[in-house]
Design a protein around this ligand. Sequence first.
Ligand code: S3P
Length: 429
Amino acid sequence: MQGVFIEPVSGIRGELRVPGDKSISHRAALFGGMAEGETHITDFLLGEDCLSTLSCLKGLGVEWEQKGTEVWIRGQGMDSWEEPQDVLDVGNSGTTMRLLLGVLAGSPFAATLTGDSSIRRRPMRRVGDPLREMGARILGRQGGNYAPLTIQGGTLQGKEIRTEVASAQVKSALILAGLRAQGETTVIEPVLSRDHTERMLQAFGANLVAAGPRVLVKSGKPLHGQEISVPGDISSAAFLLVLASLIKSGELIIRDVGVNPTRTGILDALRLMGADIEERDIKEISGEPRATLVVRPAPLHGVEIRGEMIPRLIDELPVFAVAACLAEGETVVRDAQELRVKESDRIRTVVEGLKALGAKIEELPDGFWIIGQKTLRGGQAQSHGDHRLAMAWAVAGMLSQEGVSLEGMEAAAVSYPNFLEDVRTVSFK
Ligand code: S3P
């Protein structure tokens, strides 16, 4: 494990672009592999998760070429996929595992998927159960809930499925299975989760109608290769938004950030706390809105976040908690029990991690309760192999009084490989 000392900084100035959106990069590669004809992706995220998707595609017989952040997927249609010769390794990537299960449910062969120790602890029955209802056979540990999972795909029957959790991974898996199921498939979520799958599949030519949390998909229409430009990842930008909001002085410009409304909960939450974040040059490319974000320091105060807002900022909650510790007054996050089944149990790891740095924070079954003190002492922190914790603790260190000695910074490579280098180019002591 890599240990680093994160020193406090006092200012930020400059302009940068964060790496490509993780959710959109996964989908562009996967749908490209299912489509007929070439898909050309620009600003693809070279994070470990998306590289896992590319390597699984290779294992399934899909050819591709990558040069820097440009990727060409040479799709020959989903029926051209081949039975993998070996176990498919998704690494740390829940999106790869769950979306692939959706495609493999309709592929007439067997495949076994596994991943790292974190992925082997994450619940998969939420995808497996509805896919079984549609006709797939899936075996795995604990009644098929944990990887390694073996899936035997085949003929699927379209169904109306109400998902128990607002999860874009579950929704996407069912939509992808629906592309090859007999009849219609309807997926209804309790609350709308990120809708990148719906937007991108429509561009690829799928027969799909999305109306809020309800998606109807019909089989029979082949997908066609596309040109996809990936916006910067708002989940990566979130670390910089918190840093630039709570630092003493300066201004940060983050170009070309995806601002899909199903992902912008962090902008709403920080603004509710009093943050000064401006959106400029809003435009839509490849079906996804993007904007330049301009952030300046501002005094933040505590807020309550719950309900429909939660899926719109679920991945940003660790760094949001850092912001809440440095704000004035009380912050409460509720309805976020999904945090318990992310790359780590992010309720427990966030609360323990911030307490160790001197924060006043308590665990709730479905969130946390924080008394912001406008300062954070600093101390020892560890990422638990969770990329978003690694970066949240780095931000905490930069905003702390004494700095943070951080173990496991390398986990950031899952979604933002050059995070520390980027922050160092724009921040100063
Ligand atoms: C993702 C969906 C979310 C999110 C994850 C990426 C996606 O997970 O936390 O980082 O790309 O569909 P859930 O679908 O489990 O909520």
